[in-house]
Design a protein around this ligand. Structure first.
Ligand code: NAD
Ligand code: LMR
Length: 327
């Protein structure tokens, strides 16, 4: 039996939490032979804590063989104690008519508090995924609030955008999602993101050539992927939850267990690659191996791509300036 991995999940009684926890406990994130201890954080309010107790009762009722323990708390110092992995989901979601950056100041403080708690009590090797919006800048805030943890261990979720782009491409090209490789979504988890399939392949050939429709790329595909979150809020009256939880599982699973040489997209602090200033939390193409990610290097950036990549970068720099006083 392997040693249990401690997984902290914030916002555990929320919509995403409800789609996420049961899949982690069943082994879908870390493997079917990996026991987990769930350390769940919710707000110190009776309603939130009662809802969390209910979720924990249901987890108990599943009798998951891999669930080696559970902690429910309103204290970040308890939730992050010795945590190996943290999924920072707890934050306010946007409603109709809002942009994710409208949440910036409302949610920013959560990530300074939680970054500091992670710095104080978590495993020195903790892997952090920020889901709560605006995810990139919240991840940046958490990273800067935890100076004793390697900044590379803080990441933001671009995987939902990556998965959304994959499905739209598969539908357009009439191919299986599983056959598409070498896709990337550059930049911010916001409508400025740049889903880029110039390098993508399907059955060994170029997906871009197969689709052969640059007008569709610019006028339909890019805006559709960028505004998908808003379309779901419009349709459901609530922001995406099951697909967001699914993307979080994909992100952490690939980071921990590896991608076998395949590309995925992660929001990570830039190391200066592709002209993105150091530390900006930006969506990059990566491969993962042995619990580490590496940026895919050497991709040609044409003029249109440079413009798109700089636009989403400018938005991230603006968001970063807006929270500078908190750091
Ligand atoms: N990055 C992405 O791709 C992506 C996708 C979907 C949603 N999101 C974001 O994820 C966040 C959560 O969405 P949701 O639909 O689960 O929202 P929700 O309102 O259903 O749940 C959020 C939960 O977080 C809790 N919470 C709030 N502040 C907290 C804190 N400081 N500590 C611990 N718990 C706290 C709330 O009590 C609530 O139970 C939102 O910010 C949403 O915009 C991101
Ligand atoms: O769009 C939102 O506000 C929720 C989430 O970020 C999404 O992309 O579905």
């Amino acid at each position: 039996m392997k040693t249990p991995v401690r997984v902290a999940v914030t916002g555990a009684a929320g919509q995403i939490g409800y789609s996420l926890l049961f899949r982690i406990a069943s082994g879908e994130m870390l493997g079917k032979d990996q026991p987990v201890i769930l350390q769940m954080l919710e707000l110190p309010m009776e309603k939130a804590q009662a809802a969390l107790r209910g979720v924990m009762m249901e987890l108990e009722d599943c009798a998951f063989p891999l669930l080696a323990g559970m902690v429910g708390t309103d204290d970040p110092m308890v939730a992050f104690k010795d945590a190996d992995i943290a999924l920072l989901v707890g934050a306010m979601p946007r409603g109709p008519g809002m942009e994710r950056k409208d949440l910036l100041l409302k949610n920013a403080e959560i990530f300074t508090v939680q970054g500091k708690a992670i710095n104080a009590v978590a495993s020195r090797d903790i892997k952090v995924l920020v889901v709560g919006n605006p995810a990139n800048t919240n991840a940046y805030i958490a990273m800067k609030s935890a100076p004793d943890i390697n900044p590379r261990n803080f990441t933001a979720m671009l995987r939902l955008d990556h998965n959304r782009a994959l499905s739209q491409l598969a539908i357009k090209a009439g191919v299986d999602v599983a056959g598409i490789e070498k896709l990337v979504v550059w930049g911010n988890h916001s409508p400025t993101m740049y889903p880029d399939y110039r390098f993508a392949t399907v059955a060994g050939g170029s997906l871009k050539d197969k689709i052969g429709d640059e007008a569709w790329n610019r006028e339909t595909f890019i805006p559709k992927v960028g505004k998908r979150g808003a379309a779901i809020i419009e349709a459901r009256g609530l922001s995406s939850a099951a697909s967001a939880a699914n993307a979080a599982i994909d992100h952490v699973r690939d980071w921990v267990l590896g991608t076998n040489g395949k590309w995925t997209t992660m929001g990570i602090p830039s190391d200066g690659s592709y002209g993105i200033p150091k530390d900006v939390m930006y969506g990059f193409p990566v491969t993962c191996k042995d619990g580490k990610y590496e940026i895919v290097q050497g991709l040609a950036i044409d003029d249109y791509s440079r413009t798109m990549m700089d636009k989403t970068l400018a938005e991230l720099e603006e968001e970063r300036a807006g929270v500078a006083h908190l750091l």
